[in-house]
Design a protein around this ligand. Structure first.
Ligand code: SAH
Ligand code: SF4
Length: 340
């Protein structure tokens, strides 16, 4: 069976016409996907013959709501979605003054094994198709009756470890005939798979690349992020500098502050030196306590002192507000509680 929702409009047109149906039907089908249709017989403006053909040769990727949690504090919504094959993934919808953002998953689990991460602790099952990444947005929009304007690829999984499907997703989601969410409203987060950062730069997308740094030196970083043994920090920073040179887009760094692990003054000095002269922004976030990691978040005074050291040295940094604290909004935690 064909994964029809992963096709670009041009590919869908080709598929439809090759099988003897008029080209304009492709756009109608594409519109139904955009509205979150999950079955061909919902597509009321299609002739029966076409619906029968599609039903016999294709499937529609779905993200069915298995669980839904709404934060009492800030209206953040967290979904546990069930996919066609029964796998579970998570997405989080956040409401900001400028609109709705969704944090989507790109894989079921993750191979990267970062020690602070709930997803990393649960192992890897499989990568998502482009249509399964889209389905998360469509399902959430339909359920909440909203239009989502920003997408962050920061849910479960490592996007650059699912490169081709993620590129396809990016093109589909930004297609003006589809969900039409522009690249400028998309952020892709990576743990630092260096060769794929160079590959991504070649596409010159206007998205924001966000790199999960979490440490200023190889010794500290390798302790929490195994990928650092493969692509050490110097190579990663060079790739980020080159990414900016190629795309003109400022890179963001994520830095989860863990008490006693990466939050000393010495770490701040090293981080300032590492990022010196670079056009970038650092987002600090107190680490989310995940059961079994033993990590706790840095104290508020420590966070402030750390950011001040960086600001004084010309590195722009902010401490990010955490949303959805009461619903374990940090991805991987809900699935972990359900599946394992
Ligand atoms: N695999 C990609 C994207 C998914 S993880 C990546 O690692 O960048 C999304 C973000 O959540 C990353 O910045 C990751 O480092 C961070 N993260 C994971 N576990 C966390 C935790 N317990 N506390 C704070 N941030 C966490
Ligand atoms: Fe994977 Fe990102 Fe979690 Fe690391 S932080 S285990 S790369 S999802």
């Amino acid at each position: 069976m064909k994964d029809i929702k992963s096709l670009y409009l041009s590919e869908l047109e080709e598929f439809i016409t090759e099988n003897g149906f008029p080209k304009f039907r492709a756009r109608q089908i594409f519109d139904w996907f955009k509205k979150g249709a999950t079955a061909f017989d919902e597509m009321r403006n299609l002739p029966k013959k076409l619906i029968d053909f599609l039903s016999g040769s294709c499937y529609i990727s779905v993200a069915n709501i298995e669980k839904k949690l709404v934060s009492r504090y800030d209206k953040t919504v967290k979904y546990l979605f069930c996919l066609n094959d029964g796998e579970y993934i998570e997405s989080v919808v956040m409401s900001y003054h400028h609109g709705y953002s969704i944090c989507v998953s790109t894989q079921v689990g993750c191979k990267m094994g970062c020690t602070f991460c709930a997803t990393g602790k649960s192992g890897f099952s499989r990568s998502l198709t482009a249509s399964e990444i889209l389905a998360q947005i469509e399902s959430a929009q339909k359920d909440l009756n909203i239009r989502i304007s920003n997408v962050v690829l920061m849910g479960m999984g490592e996007p650059l470890d699912n490169f081709d499907n993620v590129i396809r997703f990016l093109r589909l989601v930004s297609d003006e005939n589809g969900l039409n969410i522009g690249m400028r409203h998309i952020t892709l987060s990576t743990c630092g798979i260096v060769p794929r950062i160079y590959d991504l730069a070649e596409y010159k997308f206007a998205l924001t690349l966000s790199v999960s740094l979490h440490a200023p030196d190889n010794e500290t970083r390798s302790r929490t992020m195994p990928i650092n043994n493969r692509y050490p920090i110097e190579q990663l920073i060079k790739a980020c500098r080159d990414y900016f040179d190629t795309t003109g887009r400022r890179v963001s760094f994520e830095y989860a502050m863990i008490d006693g692990v990466n939050d000393t003054d010495e770490c701040a000095f090293k981080l300032a030196a590492l990022l010196k002269g670079m056009n970038c922004h650092v987002n600090f976030i107190p680490v989310n306590a995940v059961k079994g990691t033993g990590y706790i978040k840095s104290r508020t005074e420590r966070q402030k002192a750390f950011v001040e050291i960086l600001s004084k040295r010309g590195v722009t940094a902010t401490v990010r507000r955490t949303l959805g604290n009461d619903i374990n909004a940090s991805c991987g935690q809900l699935r972990r509680n359900t599946v394992n």
